[in-house]
Design a protein around this ligand. Structure first.
Ligand SMILES: *Cc1c(COP(=O)(O)O)cnc(C)c1O
Length: 392
């Protein structure tokens, strides 16, 4: 039982009993009492298990990282404060002035911005290419190229990268191969089994799954690379907070169930949209009319994910009417929530591009991306059907 402290200023001992709590404890402490200088030395030297200062590590980050490590077949993963913090820690931790990156030209918008606007100021250059075109990637390589960075399935056009070709190319040239596995998740694809050197996640999305946490994860196959990423993240303060880690870990308990159900729903929704007269085009990696259908099959098998894109009549008026017509579906530029969310890339992730540049990517004003959730599929289809049928 608790001892009453002699003053309110003294820390209150935690009541411990013989029964173990079932829920994961949340430990927000910033600092840890190692008892003595020798005790602190033991922790810093790795001779004793423990923590020192939360920016350098805490139990909730370790519990979460260990779980994602298990999903990815990895060890020593690091939790970062966001998916972008993970991308940043990997790039800045592993590269330096004069290095060059070749990256997919359809990466997450902020990743593209980091590569093209920010990194050049620190002397790191990037060339963007089509990650599905091995020849183009090879042509973009320079003697200074130290990293190839891709997402297996691109956003929002859901193109599939030539991952095996890229992995071989990177290995032949001694270049680090980095895969942002946010979209596919380890339930569908484990990049380390296919030649990746580093795997990145926005935990914010499907892994945490409830739109109430912003976190990232990064892990490298090589222990020296892991240390470099960890040191950069700790120095720059890119690590994640205990509460966010606690929430994300809670989300993971249902991840497999959520993913499987959302993917099953996505397949049914893609089939429904494909037959609907108001829909001009459906993009889903599991469909035989997908431009990379063979590659999707080879890399993902039946695990073709929860993201479906489609186009209606290419006008803003139709897009507004459709989004408003989906009255119960959240219209929001994110993905991976437990419920279905609808996004319109021309007015969100791709708004900075000219209409011509968007057209070149196949993104018209009528382009929508659906992050399919776990609700009953009949309900979801009927809600979308009503909105489609109301279009002029
Ligand atoms: C969202 C996202 C990110 C960035 O993650 P945040 O947690 O929002 O910082 C990076 N990569 C991909 C593929 C994403 O979808």
């Amino acid at each position: 039982m608790t001892n009453t402290p002699k003053t309110l200023v003294r820390r209150t001992p935690w009541p411990e009993g013989s029964a173990v709590p079932v829920g994961t404890p949340l430990q927000p402490s910033v600092v840890y009492d190692a008892g003595s200088p020798d005790g602190l030395d033991a922790i810093y030297d790795g001779d004793a298990q423990g923590y020192t200062y939360a920016r350098e590590g805490h139990p909730n980050a370790d519990v979460l990282a260990g779980k994602i490590d298990g999903m990815e077949g990895a060890e020593g993963g690091i939790i970062l404060s966001s998916g972008m913090a993970a991308v940043t820690a990997v790039v800045l931790g592993l590269l330096g002035q004069g290095d060059h990156i070749v990256a997919g030209d359809q990466l997450y918008g902020r990743s593209l911005r980091l590569l093209t606007q920010d990194l050049p100021r620190w002397g790191i250059e990037a060339t963007l290419t089509d990650a599905g075109d091995l020849g183009a990637v090879e042509a973009a390589l320079r003697p200074a190229t130290k990293m190839i960075l891709i997402e297996l399935v691109s956003n929002p056009t859901l193109r599939v990268a030539d991952l095996h070709g890229l992995a071989r190319l990177a290995q032949d040239r001694g270049i680090l191969f980095v895969v942002d596995n946010t979209f596919t998740t380890p339930r569908a694809f484990q990049p380390f089994d296919h030649g990746a050197d580093v795997v990145i996640h926005s935990v914010t999305k499907l892994l945490a799954g409830h739109s109430d946490v912003t976190l990232g994860y990064a892990v490298a196959r090589d222990a020296n690379h892991r240390k470099a990423i960890y040191d950069l993240a700790t120095t720059m303060g890119l690590t994640g907070s205990p509460f966010d880690c606690w929430l994300a870990e809670r989300g993971l308990y249902s991840f497999d169930l959520r993913y499987d159900r959302a993917e099953e729903n996505a397949k049914a929704l893609a089939a429904f949209l494909g037959d609907h007269p108001k829909v001009e085009r459906v993009i889903y990696p599991g469909r035989s009319d997908h431009p990379d259908a063979d590659r999707a099959k080879a890399l993902l098998g039946a695990r073709t994910g929860n993201m479906v894109s489609f186009e209606i009549a290419p006008s803003r008026a139709a897009a507004n009417a459709f989004a408003k017509g989906c009255a119960n579906i959240v219209f929001a530029p994110t993905l991976g929530d437990i419920g279905t969310t609808l996004s319109h890339p021309p007015s969100s992730s791709h708004r900075a591009l000219s209409p011509e540049a968007r057209a070149a990517m196949g993104i018209s004003e009528g382009f929508f991306r659906v992050s399919v959730g776990v609700e009953p599929i009949d309900l979801l289809i009927s809600e979308i059907d009503v909105a489609l049928n109301a279009l002029a």
